[in-house]
Design a protein around this ligand. Structure first.
Ligand SMILES: *Cc1c(COP(=O)(O)O)cnc(C)c1O
Length: 365
């Protein structure tokens, strides 16, 4: 059974993203019990592919939650009660993760910059000189603003602070641009399925270092569902503590094969090309990028609505043509709109989108 073509609206929103029909169909395998050898095979089969795509030797745990679950896991297990976590915030998602740390009872310091700006490495270096942190948490690609933060530079700075864990939310950039978990010393790198990995929503993946497990042993109330020590215990048996999202794991198995067949470098180059195409269209159409020059995201472009168009009307027009993009996030609603160019979206798909937006703009003028 396939989804009905007549209902198809191609998603150019930054999650959930468009999912290929072959991937949707890969979920339709017969169910297996998750304590069966067949499940252990499936779990074990995913590991090397996940480790390759995260560029890590660390285990990649499967969380039966969206990406936010791993925020909770990291904040809760990676920071001791009498210690602090430093959050680098520059938009809605990075701010929400800081809130997750607070609501888990952790003491939070912030380096906060204006939406649209990146957090600069100097700011991090400076903060670390003045205070000791159990962890630094940042968002690689701030989906609400279209900013790609300079994670590689943070990594270099953090080399001088071996007791400070490095947590990176790579939700909307993993599988769309290079991430070197081991080379960059990332202790927890997390993603969700519904962004650049281009799977349906409902599963999250976290590459977790041995240092996090050591830290977790010093945290008393780690909870259960997101406890890294529980996850690791199960991981060693190719399993998960509670019922895993088996259908999504089937889909991931196929998607990772397809990604590796495309080639990671080719996949990342395709994303970069789509981002450049989008920026070229933005300039030609008389808009401006909302994100700071030099820090534009390779997976989602946040376009400042400098022509003051009616974004809801644009989306209505696009929907009639089987497409949809995203209004500005939160306080940026009406002031910006976002075009996702991630996952299995192709340059040709974007050309169709741009032609349709151009048609809308001509009609408006
Ligand atoms: C979408 C997103 C999240 C939230 O992930 P969920 O899977 O919805 O929990 C977190 N961080 C970033 C950068 C995102 O884009």
């Amino acid at each position: 059974m396939s989804p009905k073509q007549s209902d198809h609206v191609r998603l150019f929103i930054p999650g959930p993203v468009e999912v290929r029909q072959e991937i949707l169909e890969a979920q339709a395998e017969w169910m297996i019990g998750h304590r069966s050898p067949e499940f252990a095979d499936l779990y074990a089969r995913l590991q090397p592919k996940l480790q390759q795509t995260f560029a890590t030797q660390n285990p990649v745990y499967i969380y039966t939650s969206s990406g936010s679950g791993i925020w909770e896991s990291a904040s809760r297990c990676g920071v001791r009660d009498d210690a602090k976590i430093l959050h680098l915030t520059c938009g809605a998602f990075s701010e929400r993760w800081a809130e997750v740390s607070r609501t888990n009872g952790k003491e939070v310091d912030l380096i906060a910059v204006e939406w649209g700006q990146a957090v600069k490495p100097d700011q991090l270096a400076d903060a670390l000189k003045h205070e000791t942190y159990d962890a630094v948490a940042c968002v690689f690609n701030e989906t609400s603003t279209g900013v790609r933060n300079p994670i590689e530079a943070y990594a270099e700075i953090l080399q001088d602070y071996p007791d400070t864990l490095f947590f990176v939310d790579a939700v909307s950039i993993y599988a769309g641009a290079k991430i070197e978990v081991d080379a960059w010393g990332i202790d927890i790198c997390l993603t969700s399925t519904q962004k650049a990995l281009a799977l349906p929503p409902g599963m999250a993946l976290g590459a977790v270092s041995p240092a996090v497990l050591e830290r977790a042993k010093q945290v008393k109330n780690r909870g259960y569902y997101f406890d890294v020590l529980e996850l690791n215990k199960s991981h060693l048996k190719n399993n998960t503590p509670a019922t895993p999202p088996v259908a999504l794991m089937y889909a991931a198995d196929k998607q990772l094969d397809d990604m590796l067949a495309e080639g990671l470098d080719a996949r990342f180059a395709r994303h970069e090309k789509m981002a450049e195409m989008t920026r070229a269209w933005v300039a030609q159409a008389g808009f401006e990028m909302f994100s700071e020059e030099g820090y534009h995201s390779p997976t989602v472009s946040n376009v400042a609505n400098t022509r003051e168009i009616d974004i809801a009307a644009l989306n209505k027009f696009l929907r009639e043509r089987g497409m949809v993009l995203s209004n500005g996030y939160g306080k940026l609603k009406g002031k910006a709109f976002r075009i996702a160019h991630m996952g299995d979206t192709q340059p040709e798909d974007l050309e169709i989108l741009f032609a349709a937006i151009d048609e809308f703009l001509t009609q408006e003028a």
